[in-house]
Ligand binder design. Sequence first.
Ligand SMILES: [Zn+2]
Ligand SMILES: [Zn+2]
Length: 112
Amino acid sequence: MSAIGAYVSACRYTFQCDIQDESSWLELERHLRALRGQLTCCVCGLIIYHAIGPAHSACMHHVCEGCRDGKMRLRPACGWCGDRKEFIEKPQLDILVQCYRKLCDYIASFGV
Ligand SMILES: [Zn+2]
Ligand SMILES: [Zn+2]
């Protein structure tokens, strides 16, 4: 699933979620974890900061600009993102990171 797809389903689930129902919360947590996975740097393992990624592939392996030369924690290694000199900026991913943070703030405002 793409990062945008993961974000849309996490949002949809946030609005459907029943605060009184614990299984509903667990499901929401699963969606958020999937989204977070899409927004995680393959090098440092943190939420991505200034995302870059392969120009022409859909492998979804993004890293922070500052992590360009770091070792990717991928097993097995990915053939698509071999040459990171060719990586380009992915501004849409930076926007999704902001959206993810907002969504987390919103969920936190429920007070649970
Ligand atoms: Zn990083
Ligand atoms: Zn890759």
